[in-house]
Design a protein around this ligand. Sequence first.
Ligand SMILES: Nc1nc2c(c(=O)[nH]1)N[C@H]1C(S)=C(S)[C@@H](COP(=O)(O)OP(=O)(O)OC[C@H]3O[C@@H](n4cnc5c(N)ncnc54)[C@H](O)[C@@H]3O)O[C@H]1N2
Ligand code: MOO
Length: 401
Amino acid sequence: MISVDAYREQVAELLGTAPATTVPLADAAGLILAEDVRAGVSLPPFDNSAMDGYAIRAADVAGAGRDTPVALPVADDIPAGRIDVAPLAAGTAHRIMTGAPLPPGADAVVMVEDTDRGTETVRIFAPAAANAHIRRLGEDVAEGTVALRAGTVLGHSQLGLAAAVGLAELRVHRPLRVLVASTGSELVDAPEPLRHGQIYESNSVMLAAAIRGLGCAVEVIRSVVDDVDEFRAVIEPKLADADLLVTSGGVSAGAYEVVKDALTGQGVEFAKIAMQPGGPQGSGRWNGVPVVTLPGNPVSVLVSFEAFLRPALLTALGHTDVDRRRVRARLTESMTSPRGRRQYRRGVYTPVLGEVTGIVGPRGGPGSHLLAAFTQANCLIVLPEDVDAATEGEEVDVLLL
Ligand SMILES: Nc1nc2c(c(=O)[nH]1)N[C@H]1C(S)=C(S)[C@@H](COP(=O)(O)OP(=O)(O)OC[C@H]3O[C@@H](n4cnc5c(N)ncnc54)[C@H](O)[C@@H]3O)O[C@H]1N2
Ligand code: MOO
């Protein structure tokens, strides 16, 4: 048996890191920056007003008050966007709007609320501290410095900053194209009616949603029957356009293990991983394309996704933080675990106010067919390989989903 940690490493190495590509900002949301971004301009790019008001010299309004207004001639009017700003002469004011360039010679802005709003002459009712309501060149970002680091997840604020420093495109890790295929002759796609012995296909729906959720493009092939020739005929032609093939089902010890039968000797190795659920696994390359074959039980699929696929895909997409948040929590009921395997049980974690730990209890049993319980869980309880029981009140590791 291969350890969970060794297999996780193996799958991550198989996927590697996606190459860089250039995309317009509009297509970059959720992708990962492949290179540092240096600011081509400072932010703000020039000294400007933070308020609608009047650009003045602070010394000219030093004695201003409600009952002792200072009157200044309004020598110019500066809306935002004006590019030909004349200097401010001593003893004058320029009417100025928020975001408009500060005239040379001005060292403060008086808010319009502290004036009589005059357009020929303005009466100012309050003094101004030097630098009042002025946003200085470069106080947010200095030209030539790194505005965004490689590895940054491009959310809306990061894309806003890229736009603000004048970029139209970014170098990102190329989103991966993942081919998801589910196998099993018992599988039926809704709304076909079920006959006894058949079940509705659900793994490809889960995998597609989970993988898309990481920022990959997914193509799904649903319900491939348990026939090696059919499996090859349906999937092989699609490999050329995929960075990864993920299958479910057909990998354990029975007589009709279509994935195992089709891919053994083709570059894919099948092994048992020391975990429960998700024990039977396969991975390797088929026609040079990375392949990860998951067992068919739905909860095994979800746990395998958490244990191997999610971290490997996130790494491949360029993320540096690929782990779920791990916390310690006290068990609300006793649990058993198969010795020699790491058990991942679905659980409900509740933080306890004022404590670094919280409490956690299992939701549903260990069976890998119990999908409904997974939907009610918010965490996985991890019982390590050297443990066969954990008692109520004991602290355990919890992965928050
Ligand atoms: N003799 C042994 N039998 C089994 C072993 C073993 O070690 N020795 N391992 C068990 C474990 S653990 C698992 S997990 C499963 C894995 O089997 P397969 O990967 O071959 O999966 P299937 O047999 O095709 O399916 C298992 C189960 O899941 C259902 N299934 C499959 N695909 C889907 C789908 N797309 N949507 C919904 N449900 C699906 C399928 O009907 C089966 O009930 O093997 C154990 N057996
Ligand atoms: O290892 Mo299997 O994935 O328990 O049902």
